[in-house]
Design a protein around this ligand. Structure first.
Ligand SMILES: Nc1ncnc2c1ncn2[C@@H]1O[C@H](COP(=O)(O)OP(=O)(O)OP(=O)(O)O)[C@@H](O)[C@H]1O
Ligand SMILES: [Mg+2]
Length: 253
């Protein structure tokens, strides 16, 4: 057996640029990294460093001018990516169950296939009892759980989260981090998540990637060697503070 972990995603020499007034804006330059299967990796970097651009490129929403994006495990079908934004973007005229069912409806799945999957997702994100609630009746944290459920119902190969808890208050945010870890350990997914919070990155991740200013490159790929399962007490440990300090130092470069 190979001692190398199975790779889920491999990105090599990726470059992305946009047209602007003066020509082209080079945003990502020579980005290379890989994610092991079921790894939880956070991406941090200064504002405007191309974090959202990288996630959107991986989701196939932005074309890239150079490099390769490979999912070494998937040969015989299209890669499924789940992309979650800061705002849950639920459809206001659909109740919770109908929102979660939407991606499967779009795939043309039958009602009989959809119903049990939606029930499973609602239970997974802890929203039982709210099946028929309208989006405006949900709190920010509940709406974001619904967005996570809507993404997971398609069984994506990789989950891409762009500051998913950025609009939540600090307490809800910490609770959502714990929830996300629980969901991740139950569903075992490869996750790449953008956050502005160093402590969120350390708390959640197996590794943290740090982007520089544009044209951005990965300036640090830090392994977070903290035991799992993690609980909130870990945030006060010396090992936690050390990792946070290293990330902080690299963000200032
Ligand atoms: N569709 C686009 N067209 C032109 N320029 C863009 C486009 N999307 C992003 N940019 C530019 O690319 C750069 C990186 O933007 P991006 O949104 O990826 O940064 P970010 O790291 O996610 O920032 P933040 O932390 O503020 O969310 C910025 O200079 C931005 O103006
Ligand atoms: Mg962004």
């Amino acid at each position: 057996m190979s001692s190398f972990p199975e790779l889920s995603l491999s990105v090599r020499d990726l470059a992305v640029s946009f047209a602007d007034k003066s020509g082209r804006l080079e945003v990502l330059e020579n980005i290379s990294f890989s994610l092991a299967k079921n790894e939880f990796v956070c991406l941090i970097g200064p504002s405007g460093s191309g974090k959202s651009t990288l996630l959107r490129t991986l989701a196939g929403l932005i074309p890239y001018s150079q490099g390769t994006i490979e999912y070494p495990d998937i040969h015989d079908r299209q890669v499924r990516t789940g992309l979650i934004f800061q705002k849950p973007n639920l459809m206001p005229w659909r109740n919770l169950s109908q929102n979660i069912a939407l991606p499967l409806e779009l795939e043309g799945k039958s009602r009989y296939e959809i119903a049990p999957k939606v029930r499973e997702m609602i239970a997974l994100v802890g929203l039982e009892g709210f099946e028929h609630a309208w989006p405006h009746e949900l709190s920010g944290g509940m709406a974001q759980r619904a967005a996570i459920a809507r993404s997971l119902v398609q069984d994506p190969d990789i989950l891409l989260l762009d500051e998913p808890f950025g609009s939540l208050d600090e307490l809800t945010r910490d609770r959502m981090s714990e929830e996300l870890l629980r969901i991740w350990s139950e569903k075992t997914k490869t996750i790449l998540m953008v956050t502005h919070s160093i402590s969120e990155a350390v708390y959640l991740s197996d590794r943290v990637l740090v982007l520089s200013r544009i044209p951005s490159q990965i300036v640090l790929d830090l392994k977070i060697d903290l035991p799992r399962p993690r609980d909130s007490q870990l945030r006060y440990s010396t090992a936690f503070a050390k990792s946070a300090q290293v990330l902080h130092d690299h963000l200032r470069i």
